[in-house]
Ligand binder design. Structure first.
Ligand SMILES: CCC/C=C/C(=O)SCCNC(=O)CCNC(=O)[C@H](O)C(C)(C)COP(=O)([O-])OP(=O)([O-])OC[C@H]1O[C@@H](n2cnc3c(N)ncnc32)[C@H](O)[C@@H]1OP(=O)([O-])[O-]
Length: 294
């Protein structure tokens, strides 16, 4: 099925001029490393104010080995600190966003080393990134791959994407949000069905209907659409965008009244920024705002 999917896409990419070829299917053509030295498992590039990070471990369907996650944390931090970047897109290949944590790498680990080293604790660093992250998902988003997508702020899916939590079939359980974020995204019954069976997956369309995914596009368009949305966000005021992200994320942590108070205080705080003055003046003067991120 995926071989069939891959071939027409490969042909379509080959026909595109280079300038358009930053889609998921030809990431290497425009890939440039950021400040980081050599990356083994990722490709990175920038498009205007958007940073694109492509998981690139094709022989293992982007299985999330330790080295991949170390690199991912490193480049995300760099892009988060880079004033020329306003938002980030993470994608994989047309066959797999990521087929999960690396089973072969972890199969012989013991409880005591997992516990004492806080195995996979560093996966959550992505949730400390202040700039918005969009996951552009094609193909398999399974186990840790689904959990990685859920740690992003927005998920766009290609129409052949598959979301699932198959850990139970390996004799373990989701360890990076599959029993927590998934419940909040799709509700208890669906999350239970997915995690308890390990074999009931969501298609892209089902994931959209359930609220896990915000939009579904034809597979070959999803990355371009994610970059378009990321670009819109990246050209707004960086601190105000961060406040929105903070406030929405707090809705997962706080009771309603505390969350509403938090939101109101941040709303008040926006009036201490030049960007609020600029945004509202621009509206009144019927012109486009020129945000200066302060
Ligand atoms: C955060 C903590 C909790 C998270 C836990 C998890 O995520 S647990 C994980 C939850 N995820 C799962 O349980 C899904 C496991 N994966 C699958 O079930 C299937 O690969 C498939 C259905 C995704 C695709 O089937 P297909 O017939 O189209 O392709 P194929 O099978 O031939 O694979 C191609 C190559 O990729 C390799 N590889 C793939 N995934 C992994 C991996 N996770 N690891 C390592 N390697 C992996 C595969 O071995 C093969 O390499 P080989 O042998 O050529 O050297």
């Amino acid at each position: 099925m995926f071989a069939a999917l891959r071939q027409p896409l490969a042909r379509a990419s080959a026909a595109k001029p280079l300038a358009r070829a930053f889609s998921a299917y030809t990431p290497a053509q425009n890939a440039v490393a950021p400040a980081s030295p050599k990356l083994e498992y990722l490709l990175t590039e920038t498009r205007g104010r958007v940073a694109l990070v492509t998981l690139h471990r094709p022989k293992a369907l982007n299985a999330l080995c330790n080295g991949l996650f170390v690199e991912l944390n490193q480049v995300l931090k760099e892009f988060d600190n880079n004033k020329d970047i306003g938002s980030i897109v993470i994608t994989g290949s047309e066959r797999a966003f990521a087929a999960g944590a690396d089973i072969k790498e972890m199969k012989d680990r013991q409880f005591i080393e997992n516990y004492s080293e806080n195995f996979l604790g560093h996966w959550t660093q992505i949730t400390t990134i202040r700039k918005p992250i969009i996951a552009a998902v094609n193909g398999f988003a399974l186990g840790g791959g689904c959990e990685l997508a859920m740690m992003c702020d927005i998920i766009y899916a290609g129409d052949k994407a598959v979301f699932g939590q198959p850990e139970i079939k390996l004799g373990t359980i989701p360890g990076a949000g599959g029993t927590q974020r998934l419940v909040k995204a799709v509700g208890k019954s669906k999350a239970m069905e997915m995690c308890l069976t390990g074999s009931v997956n969501l298609t892209a369309q089902e994931a959209e209907a359930a609220g896990l995914v915000s939009k579904v596009y034809p597979a070959e368009q999803v990355l371009d659409e994610a970059i378009k949305t990321a670009s819109k966000i990246a050209n707004l005021s960086v601190p105000i965008v961060q406040m929105v992200k903070d406030a929405i994320n707090q809705s997962f942590e706080m009771p309603l009244q505390a969350g509403l108070t938090f939101e109101r205080r941040l709303f008040h705080a926006t009036f201490g920024t030049n960007d609020q003055k600029e945004g509202m003046s621009a509206f009144a003067e019927k012109r486009k705002p020129n945000f200066t991120n302060n």
